[in-house]
Design a binder for this molecule. Structure first.
Ligand code: GLU
Length: 478
């Protein structure tokens, strides 16, 4: 399953990269950097467009693909690889730029990058996809565009753990004996050096982030909502990896999933939908439409305009634009996808008083856990392996002393909770939760300092400040 699923209608002639630049310029005014530094931060440092032949059946197909490294202020560069017919240089550049700001927001010490292969993955057999992926990986190796200290790809729309495993194996075959080679790509299966929790990381990060946004009473009052997630009506667009996991965690966290949208249509039920049941239904019926008890919405994009408190676009870019933004009813929009709102939509929704939680923060859970995976690969040990038993032994000692001193015993459930030493997944989840909460407060504090209600601009300011300081400290190479 890819990192997202399509529901988007791409707006023709709109430059996504230009949109990111516009958002950057809006924020740059609030920073203290000289124009040259700002220009350097904004530019894409390296753009590698490649064409390579792959034999598909009896024919040779020439595949177009990209890897863009937006910023080298920290290394390695980091970002996913998209498999889609919509891939083009402008899109990959925009997504690479967003990765730079995203990593800076969540204090992941990487520069931003992105890759794209212009294919429809559904049209190829698994064997053909493997050939294309391995060839793409070897093109990256040939040009020194991949490596644990150079540039580390990950899954994105249309790719997943399987593709990452092929990339890791291709890299290792071409670099025999390189001890850290597993760190050349993240999002791998756990059995191939991946980390527990990476698959659900982006969706879980969306949940942690929006939960934090909703926990602040004064902010909720401003948009006329109660504090906390419980009972909030949520619509999620896209049931790919990100959308599905976000919907699942919102559902488990007490929110009501009133709408779910996929490219064939959407469904709406004010009483709430169970994302697992909807996914199972869709798998069996090859469509989300006709789900028992729900109302069908044949034009999928209409779901974005339906009654809800929180809207989560988790598909592709530009889905909320000048054409439909005024009709969006949600009070909170969480950009689980990259770039789902055009700058025009941003203006319209901000004027309506909506809270727009920007992509570079809210979908940063994926790259945060990718960072943890990379650390695991470089340290060659599973998180928790060295200290789990030690913590459990210590907890046992402490509990025994407390029970002896007080003469009272805790219940069996409490005992299990107190004694439990951290497993890998516990550490990943808590590391992600901490990151999402801390980063949110950095952005919110910046909004308060600047006296603005535009969270995207505040997030850009936080990022530009971090990247700008790195460039200043590095100096300009003569
Ligand atoms: N493709 C994901 C993103 O857009 C993950 C990137 C990564 O883990 O490097 O954030």
């Amino acid at each position: 399953m890819g990192e997202a699923t399509a529901t988007a209608t791409n707006t023709a002639h709109y430059s996504f990269f230009r949109g990111v630049e516009q958002n950057f310029d809006k924020a740059a005014k609030y920073t203290r950097f000289e124009p040259g530094i700002l220009e350097q931060i904004k530019s894409c440092n390296s753009v590698y467009r490649m064409k390579f032949p792959v034999r598909i059946g009896n024919e040779i197909e020439v595949i177009e693909a990209y890897r863009v490294q937006h910023s080298h202020h920290k290394l390695p560069c980091k970002g996913g690889i998209r498999y889609s017919m919509d891939v083009n240089q402008d899109e990959v550049m925009a997504l690479a730029a967003l990765m730079t700001y995203k990593c800076a927001i969540v204090n992941v010490p990487f520069g931003g990058a992105k890759g794209g292969i212009k294919i429809d993955p559904r049209k190829y057999s698994v064997f053909e996809l493997e050939k294309i992926t391995r060839r793409y990986a070897s093109e990256l190796v040939k040009k020194n565009f991949i490596g644990p200290g150079i540039d580390v790809p990950a899954p994105d729309y249309g790719s997943g753990a399987r593709e990452m495993s092929w990339i890791a194996d291709t890299y290792a075959s071409l670099k025999p004996g390189e001890i850290d080679s597993l760190g050349c790509v993240t999002g791998k299966p756990v059995t191939q050096g991946g980390v527990r929790g990476r698959t659900e990381a982006t969706g879980l990060g969306v949940y942690y982030g929006i939960r934090e946004v909703c926990s602040i009473a004064e902010d909720m009052q401003k948009v006329g909502l109660t504090t906390g997630l419980a009972g909030k009506k949520v619509i999620v667009q896209g049931l790919g990896n990100v959308g599905y996991h976000a919907a699942k965690f919102f559902h488990e966290g007490g929110a009501i999933i009133v709408g779910l949208a996929e490219y064939e249509g959407a469904i709406y039920d004010p009483n709430g939908l169970d994302p697992d049941k909807v996914v199972a239904y869709r798998k069996e019926n090859k469509s989300i439409l006709g789900y028992p008890g729900a109302t069908d919405v044949p034009n999928s994009a209409d779901a974005l305009e339906m009654e809800c408190d929180i809207l989560i676009p988790a598909a592709l870019e530009n889905v909320i634009n000048g054409g439909n933004a005024a009709r969006v009813k949600a009070k909170i929009i969480g950009e689980a996808a990259n770039g789902p709102l055009t700058p025009e939509a941003d203006e319209i929704l901000l004027a309506k008083g909506c809270i727009i939680v920007p992509d570079m923060y809210i979908n940063a859970g994926g790259v945060t856990v990718s960072y943890f995976e990379w650390l695991k690969n470089l340290s060659h040990v599973r998180f928790g392996r060295m200290d789990k038993r030690f913590s459990e032994n210590q907890n046992t000692q402490i509990l025994q002393s407390v029970e002896a001193l007080t003469g009272k015993k805790v219940t069996d459930i409490e005992r299990r909770q107190i004694l439990h030493g951290p497993d890998e997944v516990d550490l990943i989840y808590s590391g992600l939760e901490d990151t999402m909460i801390d980063s949110y407060h950095e952005i919110r504090d910046m909004m308060l300092t600047l006296g603005i209600n535009d969270m995207r601009t505040a997030a850009f300011v936080v990022s530009i400040n971090k990247v700008g300081v790195a460039y200043e400290e590095l100096g300009i190479f003569p």
